[in-house]
Design a protein around this ligand. Structure first.
Ligand SMILES: Nc1ncnc2c1ncn2[C@@H]1O[C@H](COP(=O)(O)OP(=O)(O)O)[C@@H](O)[C@H]1O
Ligand SMILES: [Mg+2]
Length: 287
């Protein structure tokens, strides 16, 4: 049997501060098969981003952290590989696209240099010329009309939408088997966010990449995932094929989430529901 792309097994996470401890994940288990698009949906503060960061090995915290459970990537358990090997996986076999492309890109290097950095992780000896060739090819795939010009630009010289395309291109250039997208584009306006998601969908369809889509927005999840997990206060409370969960939500929290989106069950378009995210936002966004 082919390995699952990702397996999270009873993963718990606790932040141990000086004054208090805060358990933010409670034995969550989930898996993603090759080529599958799986969503993790829940309101702000429910533990979505910490899950993504644990998978990528990017969790940073001033507080001490206690982690239990296991993460397996393509059959390999993270507990058994070295930091260096783990580091090597990032940007090569798994990559991430973020909410805000501008802060994820490096402001002091032009786009070409940043493509070079990314490609060098997989091909340490790659030449400048090969970088340019590969980068232009993938920038064309994300429908950028003047790729040479974009390569010479710095992130601040490009629009939010352009940066987002660049980000998707960089995330996929090394042909990762898993793409993690944490609220992609939500820092940008709704139209750009929608374009971002469609572009991501188009790109992964060509490449047969698995996607782990993290979102507080049920409209987005319905359109862009095959299967979903609902997370509530650090616990997975429901899982299933996306269409089944929408047709027949089981957990009261999922029902409440669905009920909170006006018209979500009556066939509204994504553009209608995407505008109403107020129901899922706690007063303060935590990322
Ligand atoms: N580095 C950190 N140190 C301490 N607590 C954190 C840290 N990162 C996240 N948290 C806490 O973990 C919980 C989940 O956060 P997060 O995963 O960012 O939620 P979201 O579902 O909105 O992405 C929140 O209560 C948050 O305050
Ligand atoms: Mg988050």
């Amino acid at each position: 049997m082919k390995n699952l792309t990702l397996e999270i097994i009873r993963l718990s996470l606790t932040f141990e501060g000086l004054m208090e401890t805060n358990q933010v994940l409670h034995e969550i288990s989930l898996n993603i098969a090759p080529k599958e698009k799986v969503a993790l949906v829940g309101e702000s503060g429910s533990g979505k981003s910490v899950t993504a960061r644990l998978i990528l090995g990017l969790l940073q915290s001033r507080a001490k952290t206690k982690i239990q459970g296991a993460i397996r990537f393509e059959g390999q358990e993270f507990g058994w590989i070295t930091e260096k090997e783990r580091d090597q996986l990032r940007g090569t076999r798994m990559s991430m696209i973020f909410q805000d492309p501008v802060s994820a890109l490096n402001p002091v290097y032009n786009i070409e240099t940043q493509f070079h950095e990314v490609l060098r992780r997989k091909y340490p000896l790659i030449t400048r010329r090969q970088v340019r060739k590969e980068a232009i090819k993938i920038l064309e795939d994300v429908h950028i009309v003047h790729p040479e010009r974009v390569l010479k630009s710095f992130p601040f010289q490009l629009s939010g939408g352009m940066n987002q395309r660049v980000m998707i291109a960089m995330g996929l250039i090394n042909k990762p088997t898993l793409l993690i997208a944490d609220e992609p584009g939500t820092a940008l306006d709704v139209t750009v966010q929608d374009q971002t998601l469609h572009l991501m969908q188009e790109m992964v369809a060509k490449r047969e990449t698995s996607v782990f889509l993290i979102s507080h927005n049920l409209g987005v999840v319905r359109e862009f995932s095959d299967r979903l997990y609902v997370i509530y206060q650090g616990r997975i409370v429901e899982e299933g094929k996306t269409e089944d969960v929408f047709a027949d939500p089981r957990h009261p929290y999922t029902k409440a989430l669905l009920a909170a989106v006006p018209g979500i069950t009556s066939g509204n378009t994504i553009a209608d529901v995407i505008n109403d995210t107020s129901a899922f936002r706690a007063p303060k966004e935590v990322h």
